[in-house]
Ligand binder design. Sequence first.
Ligand SMILES: N[C@@H](CCC(=O)N[C@@H](CS)C(=O)NCC(=O)O)C(=O)O
Length: 212
Amino acid sequence: MDLYIGNKNYSTWSMRAWLVLQHFQIPFTEHLVPYDDFLPEQNFKQTLAKITPVGKVPVLKHQDLIVWDSLAICEYLAELFPERHLWTQDIKTRAYARAVCAEMHSGFMALRSLCPMNITQDFTQLGQQLFHENADLQADIKRIEEIWSKREYPKGFLCGNEFTIVDAFYAPVVMRFKSYGLPVSESSQNYMQTILNVGAVKAWIEAAQQES
Ligand SMILES: N[C@@H](CCC(=O)N[C@@H](CS)C(=O)NCC(=O)O)C(=O)O
């Protein structure tokens, strides 16, 4: 299995798929395609054009199959390895987890556009300013905190005591909240710490720190 990703410091969608493969110990080969200006003649688009016309990361290549979307990749992996429980086992909790992932996948535009992931930087001052000036950003954070507050266990994951796909989807949000020093409740801070303690998350952060 081959996974094409962007820079670990910046690429939120890559992080999600990578975390799932890594955490669930699914063997894969990583291909990091460094960001440039995404111009058609530059390396990023040229490299991806050989794999997918969409030209975005992550992309999973498995035998003759190409999957070019983070959520579709996670769904495929969950079907391929049902015994590893990439989603939670309870059917209703699983439906809830999928809805929460979809909300991330298609929403939170203010957070995504105003606070791009940059793991190695401390943007606390900028984060305070952005938070106070942007009602849409405040609304995104409020909704994310609401989702996080539904956890069953105070120091647990979003759907129980195990890391599952839904946590991979919110891990880049943890990185953003941390870099921008966004004001969050104690419960949210506990969740952020839970995510930061996951081995795969630690490995991703360490690799991001090694990038130039
Ligand atoms: N919905 C896609 C989004 C993928 C995406 O936007 N990837 C970004 C990097 S995080 C990218 O490749 N951007 C290049 C571009 O916009 O040209 C997914 O979930 O995989």
